[in-house]
Design a protein around this ligand. Structure first.
Ligand SMILES: [Zn+2]
Length: 235
């Protein structure tokens, strides 16, 4: 192959931008300046939950196996009020998975899920990340959703996660959890916006895929410089 073809092929795979230090010996070594972010591995999104993601439980053993490779782990919890603005039941005549316009933009309406303090909102029992240092809750403002662990849906209100990571010298985040095309994607893209290198570990996520949202999310993430890898890339 010509060099240009090789470079193009590399770029398509997202390889050119990989930092050589991180990618030594063909495996990514997260080290002290990286954090694993475990997004919303909660009963609500797992089998039997109020907004179960297909195959959601399958991410748990993958995340549990990744955890020992990370010095820094942050866990997130979707944490809604009753009658939350993202619930279809809040609006008369609306059904789950329809959309509505709120003052910050289009909002997908969901079944009631992850209500604060309920068993449905608890972290999955099989999830084993004992070294996690921070649990960040999001979506707790009644009038506003928050898919992202960094910013609420108005793209202005900060959760404080960027400040926390920066204060601890963290430069790179590896995002896992549920769901790929909503909270994982928004978290990874907002990590880029906040100046972090961001990877999504694909086999440690599962998507909801509402009207093609999964493919659209991968495309959008790639355009923001989010790198797509597999758990086997980390060693
Ligand atoms: Zn939610």
């Amino acid at each position: 192959m010509h060099r240009r073809t090789v470079l193009q092929a590399g770029a398509a795979l997202g390889l050119v931008a990989l930092s050589p230090q991180l990618f030594a010996a063909g495996k990514l070594k997260p080290g002290g300046k990286a954090a694993l972010i475990v997004v919303d591995v909660q009963n609500c999104f797992l089998e039997g939950g109020t907004l179960a993601v297909k195959g959601g439980n399958e991410v748990i053993p993958v995340i549990n196996a990744l955890a020992p490779s990370f010095e820094n782990i942050v866990v997130t919890q979707d944490w809604h009020t009753a009658g939350h603005a993202s619930f279809a039941s809040t609006y008369s005549g609306k059904k789950p998975f329809e959309t509505t316009k709120l003052n910050y933009g289009t909002q997908v309406l969901w079944p009631d899920h992850c209500v604060q303090g309920t068993e449905d909102a608890a972290l999955g029992k099989e999830l084993k990340v004992p070294t996690a240092q921070l649990i960040i809750r999001k979506g707790f403002h009644k009038e506003m959703d928050s898919y992202s662990a960094f910013e609420e849906a108005d793209h202005k209100t900060a959760t404080g996660l960027a400040g926390y990571l920066k204060a601890r010298g963290i430069k790179t985040v590896f995002v896992t959890g549920l769901a790929t095309d909503f909270c994982v994607a928004w978290t990874a893209m907002d990590a880029r916006k906040a100046g972090f290198d961001a990877y999504v570990i694909e086999d440690a996520t599962r998507g909801i895929d509402l009207n093609g949202s999964l493919a659209a999310a991968w495309k959008q993430m790639a355009s923001k410089g989010v790198k797509r890898i597999q758990s086997s890339d980390i060693g």
